[in-house]
Design a protein around this ligand. Structure first.
Ligand SMILES: NC(=O)c1ccc[n+]([C@@H]2O[C@H](COP(=O)([O-])OP(=O)(O)OC[C@H]3O[C@@H](n4cnc5c(N)ncnc54)[C@H](O)[C@@H]3O)[C@@H](O)[C@H]2O)c1
Ligand SMILES: O=c1ccn([C@@H]2O[C@H](COP(=O)(O)OP(=O)(O)O[C@H]3O[C@H](CO)[C@H](O)[C@H](O)[C@H]3O)[C@@H](O)[C@H]2O)c(=O)[nH]1
Length: 330
């Protein structure tokens, strides 16, 4: 029995594939390589290059590889881009996921794990935010993911189909063994951008918004190490295999750091100073988003091993350095 990882050549998906291989699971990846890289995958993993919205292709893959569970990472991920180009997000996140889910029900694949996001909460009234908080995304990205959560809920009510939706908070860092990391070209994520600035790949970093109602006026996020996130998926997969019912859970640590705290940490860990420009707020951004992780801890017995901003930044910088050497060698 094989696990299909969609978006497995991307940042988080490639970490998942390495972790599944480490656990001895058979894996097949479907990725169109729009933002992913085939070299991020272990050499012996099958990569089917194609679109998750292509039902005929997905149907063939589910059958040919005897897939019994899907972990669905493929999608478009940049909040401000979704504000500028909402229909891209409804096409590539909502419509493509719809087709993928239908292909699963048609093939009788009944276990599904979905990459949702803290962006479904928008600007939560209470922080840390629990799963029962009002869902009010501030961006088409968040709405496109919430719509997929709703499709999963309705599909599970109508078909023999069980899912786990994990609402990730801000994923960062890289594989501690240095096998993969975030390689996204033109990345917009704070820790990635700060790492690039520290290594001289960018001239400066912009801080988007300095007048939020937060201790230093900059946005606060719950940064979670990608390896802890991937471990939560493995626990969720095992739970579904044991017959667990559908669940939606936050995946974060329960504490937040401001943009300026992240910048300070990157400067300290790298030993490199870089220029920081104070700018206006970025469209679609929440002031403060921090997880209440009680549910995932109790349901999955999830215990993070890397809840340390310095460690997250250390691994992100180590990968950034490796990526520079790789790009120079090409
Ligand atoms: N990075 C974060 O902080 C974060 C937070 C919350 C949720 N997520 C979610 O996690 C998932 C993975 O994000 P990531 O940061 O690894 O992004 P990424 O861009 O590195 O990975 C996405 C992968 O999906 C592939 N892809 C995109 N559209 C596709 C399609 N239609 N068909 C086939 N392949 C396609 C890309 O080529 C890429 O390899 C996304 O669904 C994202 O919304 C990420
Ligand atoms: O160059 C930058 C980049 C970011 N920020 C700030 O840093 C914080 C984090 O921004 P990111 O772009 O790193 O992440 P987001 O919180 O916007 O979104 C990320 O986390 C979300 C979940 O919280 C989503 O799921 C989404 O996929 C993922 O991009 C925000 O306050 C943002 O304004 C800056 O000041 N400068």
């Amino acid at each position: 029995m094989t696990v299909l990882v969609t978006g497995g050549a991307g940042y988080i998906g490639s970490h998942m594939v390495w972790a599944l291989k480490d656990a001895g699971e058979a894996v097949v990846v479907v990725d169109n390589l729009v933002t992913g890289f085939d070299w991020a995958l272990p050499g012996d993993v099958s990569l089917v290059r194609g679109d998750i919205g292509d039902m005929a292709l997905i149907g063939r893959v589910l059958k040919e590889y005897s897939v019994d569970a899907v972990i669905h990472f493929a999608g478009s991920v940049v909040v401000p881009e979704s504000v500028a180009d909402p229909l891209k997000y409804y096409r590539n996140n909502t419509c493509a996921s719809r087709n993928l889910i239908e292909a699963c029900t048609a093939a009788g694949v009944d276990k599904f794990i979905f990459s949702s996001t803290a962006a479904v909460y928008g600007d939560p009234k209470t922080v840390p935010v629990g799963e029962n908080a009002p869902l009010a995304p501030l961006s088409p990205y968040g709405t496109s993911k919430l719509m997929t959560e709703l499709m999963l809920r309705d599909t599970a009510a109508a078909h023999p189909f069980r899912y786990t939706a994990l609402r990730y908070f801000n994923v960062a860092g890289a594989d501690p063994e240095g096998r993969t990391g975030q390689s996204t070209a033109g990345a917009t994520h704070l820790i990635k951008v700060a790492g690039e600035a520290a290594l001289g790949k960018r001239d400066s970093l912009s801080v988007f918004g300095t007048d939020y109602d937060t201790p230093d006026g900059t946005g606060v996020r719950d940064y979670i190490h990608v390896s802890d996130l991937v471990a939560a998926h493995k626990l969720a997969l095992d739970r579904l295999k044991d017959g667990g019912e559908s669940l939606t859970m936050n995946c974060g640590y329960g504490r937040g750091f401001s943009v300026l705290e992240v910048v300070d940490t990157v400067r300290r860990v790298s030993g490199k100073d870089f220029k920081v420009d104070m700018e206006g707020r970025r469209p679609g951004d929440s002031p403060k988003v921090v997880a209440d992780p009680s549910l995932i801890r109790s349901e999955l017995g999830w215990k993070p091993n890397h809840d340390d901003l310095e460690e997250i930044v250390t691994h992100a910088l180590a990968w950034e350095d490796k990526l520079s050497k790789r790009n120079r060698a090409e």
